[in-house]
Design a protein around this ligand. Structure first.
Ligand code: ADP
Ligand code: LRH
Length: 469
């Protein structure tokens, strides 16, 4: 007999995975049924995501879950934030899924500030300033492709579009919608005032729906193709929103969701839009049960992903951590959050140039390059921790590192050494776990977020690191 499960489709910028989750003996269990590489492709003069491939891979994963002996009862999709597609009146794609690293938004943020004051934008939305936020992507279209905006009838973010392909229902999920910088932090609705000022048509935005909402069953033709039907339930479709669901303790703990990006912050009950928060560029992203993720983006392991690519994938991530740990006496720090590292031609050269310009030793071999990346990230985390503690007038005892990057033992140790805090590493698949937990809450199989966090705490191994003497 097949085993009942919930499916999480977790689309990261570096890989997509379809993970089956089920509870047994009071614990949550996971089985990765399918994983594929995700990357940015060059298309029509822009860097894009291959949205057709993402859907095809997701379908493969669903088929694969049956091969593993599962009977999925529900599914939910999450992905990286800010990116979107527009549909015409016949629901055909009007745009490619242009990726946030594309240069089309260069200069757009400054132009938007000429129309809406930066402070006003922050106090309305609570969202940090990143040049690739959806608001600046849409402003680019308004300026340079008004023909597209004119034809657009529907705005859907990446998981919204995949949910639409699964069900035929068009909605904008709340947690991801907040990352557009177009949702009012107080009303939790699309901010019509901002949209009107920027002359972005507000009619193309859909109803904002909360995580845990059920979108209904699969389109009949898909149910037929799969040979079974299931519910589509909205998780926190922003991957970071799902990941933070998996942070078991939130009171005296700072989290770092460590993947392509490092998202460092805490969970709050309300948005904090103080002058200091603005000054340090912290964001207030919408979360489950109207909680907020007060955090900032740090360039993250994207840097090592690019180094790996530049070296033709000769080394694995585990190799980089090992080679770097052998470079005990090499130390160099680069300002990881500089835009120069967002999409450089060659990451290794960019890191070396930054070292030269900042009077740092220049890394010569893969171990030294990796050491520079990890040490620079740890340094940036330490700065962010200090900012958080200043903003909250409070000292936090622990840091919980979650996501793929939590497997990097060297980085975990560097964070412990720099911040002098206890580091708890895991779970690795925090995002998929959070996605599945929300489906289980929606189905009444887990009572609440707090209960889900307790179950997660008891279900997955976590490693602890403290400062070396
Ligand atoms: P995303 O969801 O953004 O694609 P992940 O959470 O999957 O990111 O994390 C990917 C990162 O995890 C990689 O860039 C890599 O640095 C790190 N990673 C993955 N496997 C290992 C490993 N075995 N050892 C150390 N680091 C790892
Ligand atoms: C991490 C993430 C992050 C966003 C970025 C675009 O995957 O969703 O929270 O800022 O991608």
């Amino acid at each position: 007999m097949k085993k009942t499960c919930n499916l999480a489709v977790d689309l990261g910028a570096s890989s997509g995975r379809i993970i089956a989750g089920y509870t047994q003996d009071g614990r949550l269990h996971l089985k990765e049924v399918y994983r594929f590489e995700n990357r940015i492709v060059h298309k029509n003069n822009h860097f894009c995501w291959d949205i057709g491939k993402l859907f095809a891979e997701m379908k493969k994963g669903i088929h694969q879950s049956r091969e593993y002996g599962f009977k999925p009862v529900s599914i939910g999709v999450d992905s990286w934030a800010v990116d979107f597609v527009l549909l015409d009146e016949e629901d055909n794609l009007l745009t490619d899924a242009v990726a946030y690293r594309d240069q089309r938004t260069d200069g757009m943020m400054e132009e938007v500030f000429n129309i809406i004051r930066k402070e006003e934008l922050y106090f309305e939305t609570g969202i940090q300033f990143q040049k690739f936020n959806t608001i600046y992507q849409l402003y680019y279209l308004k300026k340079h492709r008004p023909d597209i905006l004119k034809k657009a009838k529907t705005f859907l973010m990446i998981p919204d579009y995949l949910h639409f392909l699964l069900t035929g229902k068009k909605v904008n999920e709340y947690t991801n919608a907040t990352t557009t910088q177009l949702v009012n932090a107080n009303t939790k609705k699309w901010d019509k005032k901002i949209l009107d000022k920027l002359e972005i048509p507000s009619e193309m935005f859909q109803q904002i729906r909360m995580p845990k909402s059920c979108l209904g069953k699969l389109r009949p033709e898909l149910a037929e193709e799969f040979g079974f039907d299931m519910e589509v339930i909205l998780p926190a479709t922003h991957d970071t929103g799902s990941a933070v669901v998996s942070v078991p303790e939130t009171d005296d703990t700072i989290y770092i969701s460590s993947g392509t990006w490092s998202l460092i912050g805490i969970e709050t009950g309300f948005p904090i839009c103080s002058a200091k928060a603005l000054d340090c560029n912290f964001t207030n992203e919408g979360g489950l049960d109207y909680r907020f993720r007060f955090l900032k983006n740090i360039m993250g392991l994207w840097m090592i992903q690019e180094v790996k690519r530049n070296l033709n994938h000769r080394y694995s991530y585990a190799d980089f951590a090992k080679l770097a740990s052998m470079e005990r006496h090499f130390h160099a720090i680069v300002p990881v959050n500089d835009d120069r590292f967002l999409k450089p031609e060659n990451m290794i050269e960019e890191i070396r140039n930054a070292c030269l310009e900042n009077n740092q030793p220049v890394p010569e071999n893969p171990g030294q390059i990796a050491k520079t990346v990890f040490e620079s990230l740890a340094f940036s985390y330490q700065q962010a921790v200090e900012e958080i503690e200043q903003i909250f007038h409070k000292r936090f005892r622990k840091i919980n590192v979650i996501g793929g990057g939590s497997q990097n033992e060297l980085l975990n140790q560097l964070i412990a050494d720099k911040t002098k805090k206890e580091i708890v590493a895991g779970p690795v698949e925090a995002t998929a776990i959070g996605n599945i937990a929300v489906q289980l809450i929606a189905q009444g199989k887990i009572g609440s977020l707090d209960k889900a966090r307790k179950i997660i705490r008891n279900s997955f191994d976590m490693n602890t690191y403290t400062k070396t003497e």
